[in-house]
Design a protein around this ligand. Structure first.
Ligand code: NAP
Length: 215
């Protein structure tokens, strides 16, 4: 069993992800949460729990990684905080988790980015600081030396997952259920051919495993 540390475990993708990891035969989850009162949901799934804040120092974050084989960064400051928190979580928090993983020799790292982080695609003025944070987090991971995968989901919905997606380097913009993104993350961790790759993902017609084979 490979143990996967999930940053943002209490988030909407994160909760699906921890459940799916626990249901898988290959993985077990260690849920990184910032509030002890969130622990029972994960303990009831049989998952491990680690309490820490992404604003903590790298050494604190690295201490969570002694027993893990892979890290998934599915956290985000969300749309209701100021841009200061976007910088501290979506950029600095992500980079600190990458540096912590390097420090502990945890080579596999999956990052949930946004759909299109390329310069020129950052959208409205209000959206740009978030997009810039995602852009630089992606860049840091690409040059980190870690065995990375960057997942670029379309607009997230809470629709029930279908197990079917569209995935590729450049695909039409569309929405995608969070549950299906979580399925894609599990399959990604199980797919050596996705090491040092990145792809966009939206709702679609192909079963997750088939869609990812084409990436
Ligand atoms: P979410 O429900 O907002 O979950 C974010 C998680 O990050 C929460 O569990 C939150 O913890 C955690 N977090 C925030 N600050 C933290 C801190 N200082 N320390 C530790 N944990 C912290 O997010 P989601 O909807 O699952 O989305 C996940 C990712 O997808 C985000 O990175 C988002 O930017 C990205 N994304 C979103 C869209 C979209 O359409 N919305 C599209 C593409 C990509 P608490 O539960 O304690 O608050």
């Amino acid at each position: 069993m490979k143990k996967v540390l999930v940053a943002g475990a209490n988030g909407q993708i994160g909760k699906h992800l921890v459940r799916l990891l626990q249901e898988s035969e290959q993985f077990e989850a260690k849920a990184m949460i910032r509030d002890k009162t969130q622990a029972s949901f994960f303990e009831n799934l049989g998952a491990g729990v680690a309490v820490a804040d992404l604003e903590d120092e790298i050494d604190v974050l690295a201490a969570l990684m002694d027993d893990v084989d892979a890290v998934v960064f599915a956290a985000g400051s969300g749309p209701h905080t100021g841009k200061d928190k976007t910088i501290m979580i979506d950029l600095d928090g992500a980079v600190k988790m990458m540096e912590a993983a390097k420090q502990k020799g945890v080579s596999r790292f999956a990052l949930i980015s946004s759909f299109d982080t390329r310069r020129g695609s950052w959208g409205s003025e209000d959206f740009r600081p978030y997009a810039a944070c995602k852009f630089y987090a992606d860049e840091w991971l690409r040059s980190s030396g870690l065995e990375y995968t960057i997942i670029h989901p379309g607009r997230l919905t809470n629709d029930e997952g279908t197990g079917k997606v569209n995935a590729g380097g450049e695909i039409p913009r569309d929405e995608v259920p969070r549950e299906d993104v979580a399925k894609v993350i599990v399959e990604t961790l199980n797919s050596p051919h996705l090491v040092n790759k990145e792809f966009q993902v939206t709702k679609g017609e192909s079963p997750v495993m088939e869609a990812l084979k084409m990436v």
